[in-house]
Design a protein around this ligand. Structure first.
Ligand code: SF4
Length: 458
């Protein structure tokens, strides 16, 4: 039987048996039984239908810093939900194996209902759902419905996107999303057209739409060697942010790792990132951060008045220091920009001991200082693991329940050399190296792959 998809919003009739999708500025007009550019929305008997409603990568517990969000509840745990398909096609995509449907193995795709996503959060006390990885724009209906349900259950929502989207769907998001983390690839329209197959102007307009709404916003730019890493490129971004968004918005310059069609360069150097940060600070930006680095002291938030460190950061780890519950600097009383400063801390549980544990040992190295830990064979059972740092004295535990079977561990400090995970259930655990934040590592070479496109052919 042919897939029927689910009803989609944001489209208009076009010609007989065709329709025009108005979700993103591409305005695809797929012929009957054909997909649009994103590969997950298509025309069926004169209507645009969504073919990826609830079709997701494994729900994964991470921390809010994974999403280039530094001023909202530091250290808060999030449930990262990544769908499939994308309205862009970046040559340098860091998640191309899931964003570009022609490469996606259908065996990786899970099916969730809005209630199941909320139940995972409630059972595991995860306070925020993050719509992330490839791009949440192309499963808009599922995002909106689940976010509304999340709010009814006291769960907050985060939207991490390249934001090539139309204004009307953004108005819906403004009603049900609490935190926006938006990425600006460049201030050069030719760059957008050539390297991302999108356009710059709609992205800028939509970022301004969010900023004008007063919703919580942080901005980031992936800095890619030879593509957008010159002083001119960086200064254009800074000037635009200063003119239209303001000096107070946190701005992240994020290191790139070679991927997809852009593999002839090295990772972005720390010198390049430091240079971008210095330019932004000189021009008057107040809070500038560097993503995908483990350089000490570069990513701390300091009091703008007395210079006291308010939040200390190492990689994805945050430690709130010298802030009271009202977000005032405990040294001089100045109000900091950090929202809910104490909500995200003290969320890890104390360690436990097993008599005859099974174990998995991970060693950090320069290319990978975080890992996704996958539970295999658990079939939704509750399981508890002990997590011991190697190189430093630190032991915590982690309980997985209600179908949550994937979570991130990241390097805690430069002295921590690795992690030893122990458990005594019948489950198995495997690790996949996370190359950079918001990177979703795919399962290593299963013997037979099933093309996602084939499964969706209508
Ligand atoms: S969401 Fe998909 S189908 Fe709709 S206009 Fe954008 S790329 Fe085309």
């Amino acid at each position: 039987m042919k897939p029927q998809g689910t009803a989609a919003q944001h489209w208009i009739p076009f010609r007989e048996n065709r329709a025009e999708c108005r979700l993103c500025p591409r305005h695809c007009r797929p012929k009957n039984e054909r997909m649009g550019f994103c590969g997950v929305r298509g025309t069926l008997e004169g209507e645009i239908r969504s073919f990826n409603y609830g079709q997701s990568l494994a729900a994964t517990e991470e921390v809010i810093e994974t999403e280039a969000v530094n001023h909202f509840s530091p250290g808060a745990r999030i449930l990262s939900m990544g769908n499939v398909g994308c309205m862009m096609a970046c040559s340098f995509c860091q998640n191309w194996e899931t964003s570009q449907t022609q490469y996606l193995d259908y065996q990786m795709v899970r099916h969730y209902t809005p209630q199941q996503v909320v139940d995972i959060c409630l059972a595991n006390q995860i306070p925020i759902i993050s719509w992330t990885y490839n791009d949440p724009v192309v499963w808009h209906e599922f995002v909106v419905e689940t976010s509304r349900l999340a709010h009814k259950n006291g769960i907050k929502t985060l939207y991490k996107s390249a934001f090539f989207i139309e204004a009307e769907p953004v108005n819906e998001l403004l009603e049900c999303i609490d935190i926006f983390s938006l990425s600006l690839k460049s201030l050069n329209d030719e760059f957008y057209r050539k390297q991302t197959k999108a356009r710059l102007a709609p992205v800028l307009e939509r970022i301004r739409q969010v900023a004008a709404s007063g919703k919580y916003l942080e901005l980031s730019q992936l800095v890619i060697p030879e593509l957008n890493d010159s002083n001119k490129d960086v200064e254009q971004t800074i000037d635009w942010v200063l003119q239209y968004i303001g000096a107070e918005v946190p701005l992240h310059f994020v290191a790139f790792h070679p991927a997809h069609q852009y593999t002839h360069v090295e990772r972005t150097s720390i010198e390049t990132l430091k240079n971008a940060r210095e330019l932004a600070l000189q021009k008057g930006m107040k809070y500038v951060y560097l993503g995908n680095t483990h350089e000490p002291d570069l990513n701390n938030t300091v009091c703008q008045k007395c210079g006291t460190v308010l939040v200390k950061r190492y990689g994805l780890h945050s430690q709130v220091e010298n802030l009271d519950s009202h977000s005032n600097c405990t040294q001089c009383g100045t109000r900091s920009p950090i929202l809910y400063p104490l909500d995200g801390i003290n969320q890890s549980s104390p360690g436990i001991k097993f008599s005859t544990p099974k174990q998995l040992e991970i060693h950090w190295h320069n290319e990978a200082q975080s890992a996704h830990i996958l539970q295999l064979g658990g079939q939704g059972k509750t399981d508890t693991l002990s997590i011991r740092s190697l190189g430093i004295e630190r032991v915590t535990s982690k309980t997985l329940s209600a179908g949550l079977d994937r979570f991130i561990l990241s390097r805690h400090s430069s002295e921590e050399t690795g992690i030893l995970i122990s458990w005594d259930s019948d489950c198995h655990y495997q690790n996949l190296e996370v190359l950079d934040r918001a990177h979703y590592p795919t399962n290593p070479g299963s013997e037979q792959t099933i093309s996602f496109r084939t499964c969706l052919e209508i």
